[in-house]
Design a protein. Structure first.
Length: 252
């Protein structure tokens, strides 16, 4: 199984719109971050987790040619704004794309993208078949386990895909979910910034502490803001925790 990081940035991306603060970002291309998304590939399956505002650009630069299914973590726009860019995949594949998410996110997507569904469906608009998934399910050659946790005022649903666990926009994780993550070969976990603490996100030190508790072999941090420098941060982190960067590929 291969995982490509399509985006690793926080909700506004790095740099932010208008380029505000970009003078503080050095020339390391790993500090340029699209909104968070991953592409998981096996011999039989091409799966996307989250479709943010840059999804079209992400698929072009990573050469995604097929999307068999989409997993959505939650309804914030930095995770769903790119749903409309699934249209070309519908046209090429000549079918609707299964979309798995939580009941809460499913309701929000149907409301906010009402033109894609039911009697209101606009001709030619994106076609997705929404499945509310809260328990482990099989998709083609993959086993997927939803991972429920807290993101401030809302709950979010990450996913364990085989031995890869993906959790973005994390503030706190219940013990039941921790048990589902343990034993993963790789954990992908959000770490917004070094300091100060944030009401809805883990800081990088908090993410490292959680990764150590979960006893995962290797952790990659995502959802970093403009003030997190890739090289400097990796020099501070333990060897089994690294910052991910856009277009990083890992194999499990």
């Amino acid at each position: 199984m291969k995982c490509t990081f399509l985006g690793t940035g926080t909700s506004m991306g790095v740099p932010v719109a208008g380029g505000f603060g970009s003078d503080k970002i050095n020339g390391d291309p790993r500090n340029q971050r699209y909104r968070c998304s991953i592409w998981v590939e096996t011999d039989k399956t091409s799966l996307i987790v989250d479709t943010g505002p840059e999804f079209r650009l992400q698929t072009i630069r990573s050469n995604v040619k097929r999307v068999d299914a989409v997993l959505i973590t939650h309804e914030h726009m930095d995770h769903i704004a790119g749903l409309d860019d699934l249209r070309p995949f519908n046209y090429v594949q000549k079918s609707a794309i299964p979309l798995y998410t939580s009941p809460r996110a499913a309701t929000s997507i149907k409301q906010r993208f009402s033109y894609m569904f039911g009697d209101n469906k606009y001709p030619g608009s994106t076609s997705v078949d929404i499945h509310e998934a809260t328990e482990t399910f099989a998709f083609q050659d993959l086993t997927v386990t939803p991972l429920a946790y807290n993101h401030g005022k809302i709950n979010v649903q990450g996913y364990r895909i085989g031995n890869l666990s993906y959790m973005t926009d994390v503030k706190s994780v219940p013990d039941e979910t921790k048990e589902k993550v343990k034993g993963s070969d790789v954990l992908i976990l959000s770490g917004l910034r070094w300091a100060p603490e944030h009401p809805t996100h883990l800081t990088i030190p908090e993410a490292v502490e959680l990764a150590e508790e979960l006893e995962v072999n290797q952790t990659y941090l995502i959802h970093m803001n403009s003030y997190v420098d890739h090289q400097d941060s990796n020099e501070k982190l333990p060897a089994n925790v690294r910052l991910a960067y856009d277009m990083l590929e890992i194999r499990l």
